[in-house]
Design a protein around this ligand. Structure first.
Ligand code: ZN
Length: 61
């Protein structure tokens, strides 16, 4: 079962790499994150891979 989970995670990362937008502030690729707190807790959003130096975010649609 663990191997199946690993494959799914790898596929998920590849999909993110292909579909990820670029940061509006610095142009780096972004990664999908799930808000853990605040009014958007539980919702997905794009976070800059340059975080914490860059705090650029985009709405996940
Ligand atoms: Zn950025």
């Amino acid at each position: 079962m663990a191997a199946t989970t690993a494959r799914l995670e790898k596929r998920d990362r590849q999909m993110q790499a292909e579909g990820a937008p670029t940061c509006p502030k610095c142009g780096k690729p972004m990664r999908k994150m799930i808000a853990k707190k605040g009014r958007n807790a539980g919702n997905a959003f794009w976070s800059c891979t340059g975080y914490p130096e860059c705090k650029g975010t985009r709405n996940f649609e």
